[in-house]
Design a binder for this molecule. Structure first.
Ligand SMILES: Nc1nc2c(ncn2[C@@H]2O[C@H](COP(=O)(O)OP(=O)(O)O)[C@@H](O)[C@H]2O)c(=O)[nH]1
Ligand SMILES: [Mg+2]
Length: 349
């Protein structure tokens, strides 16, 4: 799972990235070239995994991770630069727009006012223009092929024209009702406005305390406070958060929202010496979940032995008791994995 922090220059992306990934990348320059990108990873803390670990005491506990990249900032009216920056997010599952909400005269900004909602729409527009370019070039190519007498996929062209119409009308593809069979025709193209997106408003302390923008669904944080958190020890963090009125650090908020927009759930495996969490899309079948671990397990799949997290806790991790009580179930390939399932895959090599 990979996400990208993106947004206009000097909105606080790198500040937030530092806070999330406990890095100390310099943020003083105010200009980042488009090819510069920072990479990091966040553990997906899960109190259920911790609790299971307390019961079975494995030698090793492996949390799921979310990879995160921090891109250079977009620039107003600079499509060449923006194209390069946006292309850096091609290989990601979701986008996080960082919106400038802090008012700080010493940090330059391209817009005359601080207006996160305007910036959200401007960002949508930048990504939309790249998609429009993509769709236009693809249509041109198909037309050329047709002219040369080559065989073309008429269905793909039809879908592309349908998408182009919406993009030209200023509609992001997320808002277009695209049918599964239409998606199939364009699956080789990577449209940016089809990626799930959510936004973080980076507020100054004053606006943060005033609870500004509370009516929006955006995540509200204060970048400077978050970067202070990164410098604290584990013991100090709790009381700092409480004193500052922050319910949880920005990294956790972003992970939670990422799972939500991607519709991801977690399941757990216990294969001594390791207890491990895995992330999959809701609706994934046991056979595909097995493949997530190893292609051999998928290929040789015999059955899945499944106990829900709550049931596991109710028998204090005693699998024999779970079997007797019938809460350790045997499931087949088509079983739809549920959030919190603890699964043992049986397979032949
Ligand atoms: N006052 C204030 N300054 C911030 C905040 N977040 C970031 N900055 C400053 O804004 C400048 C640009 O931040 P940076 O994270 O590099 O922005 P980026 O261009 O979006 O990556 C830096 O000087 C930061 O210290 C904030 O919440 N409040
Ligand atoms: Mg930056």
């Amino acid at each position: 799972m990979r996400i990208a922090l993106t947004g206009f220059s000097n909105s606080g992306k790198t500040t937030i990235f530092n806070a999330m990934t406990h890095q100390k990348i310099d943020t003083s320059s105010h200009i980042t070239p488009p090819e510069i990108i920072h990479r990091g990873a966040l553990y997906v803390e899960d109190s259920r995994l911790t609790r299971i670990g307390e019961i079975i005491k494995p030698k090793k506990t492996t949390f799921a991770i979310v990879e995160c990249i921090d891109t250079a900032g977009l620039l107003k009216n600079n499509s060449v630069h923006n194209y390069k920056v946006i292309r850096q997010t091609t290989d990601t599952d979701a986008l996080v727009y960082v919106l400038r909400g802090f008012d700080e005269p010493s940090v330059p900004y391209q817009f005359e006012s601080i207006d996160p909602l305007r910036d959200f729409n401007e960002l949508e527009y930048e990504f939309l223009m790249i998609d429009l370019d993509l769709v236009t070039k693809r249509i041109e190519r198909i037309d050329e092929q047709k002219k040369k007498g080559q065989k073309i996929n008429e269905k793909e062209k039809e879908v592309l024209e349908f998408l182009r119409e919406h993009l030209e009308g200023g509609k992001s593809l997320r808002k277009v009702d695209i049918k599964d069979e239409q998606l199939l025709e364009i699956r080789h193209l990577n449209f940016f406005t089809l990626k799930p997106v959510f936004a973080v408003i980076n507020l100054d302390e004053k606006s943060f305390n005033e609870d500004k923008f509370k009516d929006t669904e955006f995540i509200k944080i204060c970048g400077t406070l978050e970067s202070d958190i990164g410098q604290l020890s584990e013991e100090e963090i709790g009381s700092f958060l409480e004193a500052m009125g922050i319910d949880e650090p920005v990294g956790k908020k972003i992970i939670r929202k990422t799972y939500e927009v991607l519709n991801y759930i977690s399941f757990f495996t216990i294969v001594p010496p390791e207890l491990r969490a895995w992330s999959i899309k809701k609706g994934t079948k046991a056979i595909q979940a097995a493949g997530k671990i190893h292609s051999d397990i998928q290929r040789g799949f015999i059955r899945a032995e499944v106990v829900s997290y709550d049931d596991f806790i109710s028998v204090n991790g005693d699998m024999n008791l779970a079997r007797q009580k019938g809460i350790l179930r045997t499931e087949g390939k088509e079983y739809e994995v549920k959030d919190g399932d603890i699964i043992t895959f049986r397979f032949k090599i």
